[in-house]
Design a protein around this ligand. Structure first.
Ligand SMILES: C[S@@+](CC[C@H](N)C(=O)[O-])C[C@H]1O[C@@H](n2cnc3c(N)ncnc32)[C@H](O)[C@@H]1O
Length: 194
């Protein structure tokens, strides 16, 4: 669908990661795009919430969930990150494949999916600061990062939020390396295992 991020290597890496998780109560995807990751979450979770800032992405995800008969236990919300939720939602798993490119001042219809702020990681860092409060004890956050920038800022924010950080998947592409960081909500520990 025009204006919606077309699934790519980062999407598939996150889908594979989600598909390998244990069954859980509440799976949340922030920035659902076309909905592939949300669909993977719907196969492992009793309840699913997907948010996106783009109404086109929400419509596309709804369509794809329905097409695959996965919509019954999925709730879609158009909002910035998790801002629609005033109270903690106690998620088992929260995932985000965020926009992470720096703003180069050229405009495209996919800017909301690609540009993460003036230096790149701003949206991902903002997400990390909000997401820890929505994780259940023992809950996990999974965030896609790229060697093109911002990884250190995201790891710092995760540690500041009290998450125990490690890398659970990596893929080398032609022009960048993408990784998936896991942040475990385990209390006071803040070490990084890379
Ligand atoms: C790189 S795309 C990933 C889409 C999809 N999850 C995937 O992996 O293919 C980033 C997505 O995040 C959404 N997004 C960007 N900023 C957001 C924000 N502040 N709150 C919610 N969603 C956001 C974009 O609209 C886009 O759908």
């Amino acid at each position: 669908m025009d204006g919606v991020y077309p699934p790519a290597e980062d999407t598939f890496l996150l889908v594979d990661t989600v598909a390998g998780l244990d069954r859980c109560d509440l799976f949340v995807e922030v920035g659902c795009g076309a909905g592939l990751v949300t669909m993977a979450g719907a196969t492992i979770a009793r309840q699913v919430i997907a948010t996106d800032i783009s109404v086109l992405a929400i419509r596309n995800t709804r369509h794809n969930l329905r097409e695959h008969g996965l919509d019954r236990h999925c709730h879609l919300v158009q909002c910035d990150l998790l801002e629609a939720f005033r109270r903690p939602i106690c998620a088992s798993v929260i995932v985000f494949n965020p926009p992470y490119l720096p703003d180069d001042e050229e405009r495209s219809t996919l800017d909301h999916a690609l540009v993460g702020g003036s230096t790149g990681p701003e949206t991902a860092v903002r997400f990390v600061r909000r997401c820890a409060q929505h994780l259940a004890p023992g809950g996990e956050a999974y965030i896609v990062v790229s060697s093109l920038g911002g990884q250190a800022a995201v790891i710092s924010a995760m540690k500041e939020a009290g998450l125990l950080v490690d890398v659970v998947a990596t893929e080398h592409l032609f022009f960048e390396k993408i990784s998936i960081l896991r942040g475990r909500h385990v209390g006071a520990a803040t070490e990084t295992v890379l």
